[in-house]
Design a protein around this ligand. Structure first.
Ligand SMILES: [Zn+2]
Length: 217
């Protein structure tokens, strides 16, 4: 049977003490991609690896929304396991090492730096079968922050830019509230109300819901 657009499945796996949403977008016995490889505990890596094994997923891309430790702490091991580079915005790349180094200051186990990075530009498309995700540069929560827009399916992975009823914090290095609001208004709110938002923390929402109800916007 031929796979069609309908067969794509999105699995959300909250990982690490910050409960970051790791997403696997995949077809059973087909291709897949990971958004934000933030596994921390041994059991979290094992669960991810056994899940993709059980579902027969061949991981083609490992994408990063932004270079904060809770989103990339498992990148080295996950990239090594699937033999894929970590794909990230060009302004995120120089911040990876510092983010990995910061992990220990949070009392978490030290992690290796992912060695193989693939640079993405604003508007660059990531393709996998009939899926096309557009990289959309959305700074403000931190430098090098992007969202991934899946137009055909009216879905956007927003990392820590936009949450259900909230927005990303701007008190960390590179944070800028005005810039974050500009990113949301000019780069996310140009999407239709029906777009599903898959954030980096918490449950899903929609562009329409946030446009009319988000108290920070
Ligand atoms: Zn986060």
């Amino acid at each position: 049977m031929e796979n069609t657009q309908k067969d794509w499945i999105i699995k959300c796996i909250p990982v690490n003490p910050i409960q970051m949403n790791l997403y696997v977008l995949y077809q059973k016995n087909g291709k897949g991609l990971i958004v934000d490889p933030g596994c921390c505990e041994k059991s979290e890596f094992e669960n991810l690896f056994s899940f993709t094994e059980k579902e027969g997923i061949e991981i083609e891309h490992i994408l990063l929304t932004h270079p904060h430790f809770d989103h990339l702490m498992g990148a080295a091991r996950i990239c090594q396991y699937y033999e894929r580079p970590l794909e990230l915005h060009e302004k995120a790349a120089p911040l990876v090492e510092g983010a990995i180094r910061s992990i220990e200051t949070f009392g978490l186990p030290s992690m290796e730096c992912p060695k193989d990075l693939k640079i993405l530009q604003d508007k660059e498309c990531i393709r996998m079968g009939d899926v096309t995700l557009e990289t959309r540069y959305t700074p403000g929560h931190c430098e090098g922050s992007v969202c991934y827009v899946w137009d055909e399916r009216s879905m956007v992975f927003t990392g820590d830019v936009l949450f259900h009823g909230s927005i990303g914090r701007t008190d960390l290095p590179g944070g800028d509230l005005d810039l974050l609001r500009k990113s949301i208004f000019e780069r996310l709110f140009v999407l239709d109300d029906g777009f599903t938002v898959r954030p980096g923390h918490g449950g899903r929402t929609s562009i329409g819901y946030e446009r009319y109800n988000n108290p920070f916007l």
